[in-house]
Design a protein around this ligand. Structure first.
Ligand SMILES: NC(=O)c1ccc[n+]([C@@H]2O[C@H](COP(=O)([O-])OP(=O)(O)OC[C@H]3O[C@@H](n4cnc5c(N)ncnc54)[C@H](OP(=O)(O)O)[C@@H]3O)[C@@H](O)[C@H]2O)c1
Length: 235
C-alpha cells in the first residue's frame, strides 16, 4: 500500500451488498479492509477481491462484540496508520411479520444490538482514528423501512433499528463536521441478497453505487443526509 492510499473498513463484507460495496470502493484505489464475522470468511472475501487485482485485506469483525470492534479499528490504525472510511453495512432482519404489540423481545434485543448498537460501536471506535488525520467518511446502511413516510407494520425491530441508524447519522454529522468527517446514510432499495424483503429490483453491484459515492465524497460534500440512489430521502 502506498503512503497516501486511503483505507476503508466495510462491515459484513463477505457477501451481499457489503461485498459489492467493498469491491466498488477498492476499484477507486482505496485499500479495503474486508470484514466478516469469522476470520475465514473475511480472508476468503478479501482474497477474491485481491484475485481481481484490487487492494484488499481481511479482518474478523463481529459488530455485536465490543472487543472485536475495538480490536479491529485499533489493528487497522496500527497496521495502516490511518482509517479514512467506515461503511456500516452489516445488519440482520430476523423479525419479519412481527407486530409491535406482541414483540419477541429476544429478537428485538438482538436486532437493536446488531443494527443500531453495532453501527454505533463501530463509529465510536473508528472516529478517534479518523480524527488523527482530520478526515473521515462514515456511511451507514439504512432502509426505506426506517423512514416515517414508509412506516408500515411488521418487522418492528428492524424498522426501529433503522430509524435509530438515521438519527445517529444526523447527530454524528453535526458533532463531526469541523473535523472533515462526513456522515451519511443510504437505503439501497430492494436488493437481491439473502436479506431481501419482497421482490428485489437491484443487483448488489447496482445498489453499491450510492455507497461508493458517499464513501469518497469531497470535503464540500453533503453530511447528515439519508439518501436513495444519490438523492436525499425526506425521512
Ligand atoms: N437486501 C435488501 O433489499 C436491503 C434493503 C434495505 C436495507 N438493506 C440493508 O443492507 C445491509 C446489508 O444487507 P444484505 O441485503 O447484503 O444482507 P445479507 O446478504 O444478509 O448480508 C448481511 C451481512 O451482515 C453480516 N452480519 C450480520 N450480523 C453481523 C455481525 N454481528 N457482525 C458482523 N457482520 C454481521 C452478515 O454476515 P454473515 O455472513 O456472517 O451472516 C452478512 O455479511 C443491511 O444493513 C440491511 O439492513 C438491505
Amino acid at each position: 500500500m502506498t503512503e497516501a492510499q486511503r483505507v476503508a473498513v466495510v462491515t459484513g463484507a463477505n457477501r451481499g451488498l457489503g461485498r459489492a460495496i467493498a469491491q466498488g470502493i477498492a476499484k477507486t484505489g482505496t485499500h479495503v479492509v474486508v470484514t466478516a464475522r469469522t476470520e475465514e470468511a473475511a480472508v476468503r472475501a478479501a482474497g477474491e477481491l485481491a484475485a481481481e487485482g484490487l487492494p484488499a485485506s481481511g479482518h474478523q469483525l463481529d459488530i455485536s462484540d465490543p472487543a472485536s470492534v475495538a480490536r479491529t479499528m485499533a489493528d487497522v490504525g496500527h497496521q495502516y496508520g490511518r482509517l479514512d472510511i467506515l461503511v456500516n453495512n452489516a445488519g440482520i432482519a430476523i423479525d419479519r411479520g412481527q407486530a409491535a404489540a406482541s414483540a419477541d423481545f429476544e429478537k428485538v434485543r438482538a436486532t437493536l444490538d446488531t443494527n443500531i448498537l453495532g453501527t454505533w460501536r463501530c463509529c465510536t471506535a473508528a472516529i478517534p482514528e479518523m480524527r488523527k488525520n482530520r478526515y473521515g467518511r462514515i456511511v451507514n446502511v439504512t432502509s426505506h423501512m426506517g423512514t416515517f413516510g414508509e412506516m408500515g407494520i411488521g418487522s418492528v425491530s428492524y424498522r426501529v433499528s433503522k430509524v435509530g441508524v438515521n438519527a445517529l447519522t444526523c447527530i454524528l454529522a453535526v458533532e463531526l463536521k469541523d473535523d472533515d468527517i462526513l456522515v451519511n446514510a443510504a437505503s439501497p432499495g430492494k436488493v437481491d441478497t439473502r436479506l431481501a424483503y419482497g421482490k428485489a429490483t437491484l443487483t448488489p453491484e447496482q445498489a453499491a453505487d450510492t455507497f461508493v459515492w458517499l464513501a469518497t465524497l469531497p470535503s464540500d460534500g453533503p453530511t447528515g443526509g439519508i439518501f436513495f440512489q444519490r438523492k436525499r430521502l425526506d425521512w
